[in-house]
Design a protein around this ligand. Structure first.
Ligand SMILES: Cc1ncc(COP(=O)(O)O)c(C=O)c1O
Length: 296
């Protein structure tokens, strides 16, 4: 079945302070964000009518814009309220939330000092990638050709559209070979992350995850580290060399979209989703479930 294109969904989009009909939330082709990637965005999930870690995501949106040299003209509080109101208006309880901010059309060149800063929020229904049973089989990753750039080469702490160019390329290359996603190394050749999620490994009952020093320190990553510590697990944030992949027993990805997704394969290396992945998957589900729903 062909899915409905995203510009043809129903409902409302919050755009520059107003709720506009989904079909009317348009930008001109001469938009700086489209040509020069002067755009930042967020990906959030609502569970049971509440957006998980909304404040953290909105702060990161603001921070990402500042890193790209522009200021979003709506306070964090205004954006938080707009997200909540839009979720109610769309009538969804479990959904994906996509705020985006970009430079407009006033100047068309590398310099865009006078361009209006636009901001929009869209919310659509987007179920979990896989059901838990399927998820526990683990997904297969290829090794990506592109590497996460040196922070001296790109503003790697920002969730900026431009940084996703190599992610789409890597994901497409992996999908063409039948893989679900790709593992990217960083500019030094160390293990970094997947194309839209952070990565964790298990060895001798302890967690190992790369230091987030040249890619997004995901909000899910931080949540999972906290959940693991609550379980008394040791979490080693450190440089991980690709040669070490053969020494890990379990592997999983973390991200707002991916949640906690076990991995069964990275290129030639095999992993068996086990107790720790399962435990953290369940703990994450419990953590994102609003307390009053969990109590019912
Ligand atoms: C490249 C990349 N890394 C990591 C993450 C995980 O971030 P978070 O857990 O904040 O969603 C994402 C998802 O936003 C991502 O796109």
């Amino acid at each position: 079945m062909a899915s409905v294109p995203f510009d043809q969904l129903d409902g409302f989009i919050w755009m520059n302070g107003e709720f506009v009909k989904w079909a009317d939330a348009k930008v001109h082709v001469l938009t700086h964000g489209l040509h020069y990637a002067s755009s930042v965005f967020e990906g959030e999930r609502a569970y049971g009518g509440e957006i998980f870690k909304l404040e953290e995501h909105t702060k990161r949106l603001h921070d990402s814009a500042e890193i790209l040299g522009f200021t979003i003209p709506y306070s964090e509080q205004v954006i938080n309220e707009a997200c909540r109101e839009l979720l109610r208006k769309q009538g969804f309880s479990d959904a994906y939330v996509r705020p985006v901010a970009w430079r407009g059309s006033e100047m068309m060149g590398v310099s865009a000092q006078k361009n209006r800063i636009n901001c929009a929020i869209a919310i659509w229904q987007w179920p979990s990638y896989f059901d838990p049973e399927q998820k526990l089989k683990g997904i297969r990753l290829d090794m990506a050709e592109y590497r996460r750039p040196d922070p001296r080469t790109a503003p790697s702490r920002a969730k900026a559209a431009g940084l996703y160019m190599i992610c789409t390329l890597s994901k497409h290359a992996a999908e063409a070979k039948g893989y679900a996603d790709a593992l990217m190394l960083d500019w030094r050749g160390q293990v970094a992350e997947a194309t839209g999620a952070n990565v964790f490994f298990v060895k001798d009952g302890q967690l190992h995850t790369p230091l987030a020093d040249c890619f997004l320190n995901g909000i899910t990553r931080q949540t999972v580290i906290e959940l693991a510590k609550r379980r008394g697990l040791t979490v080693n944030e450190r440089a991980i060399q690709p040669e070490e992949l053969s020494t890990f027993s379990e592997c999983f990805l973390t991200g707002t979209a991916a949640e906690v997704t076990p991995v069964s394969e990275i290129g030639e290396f095999r992993f068996t989703p086990g107790e720790i992945s399962k435990q953290l998957m369940n703990d994450y589900t419990a953590e994102v479930t609003p307390k009053q729903i969990a109590a019912e």
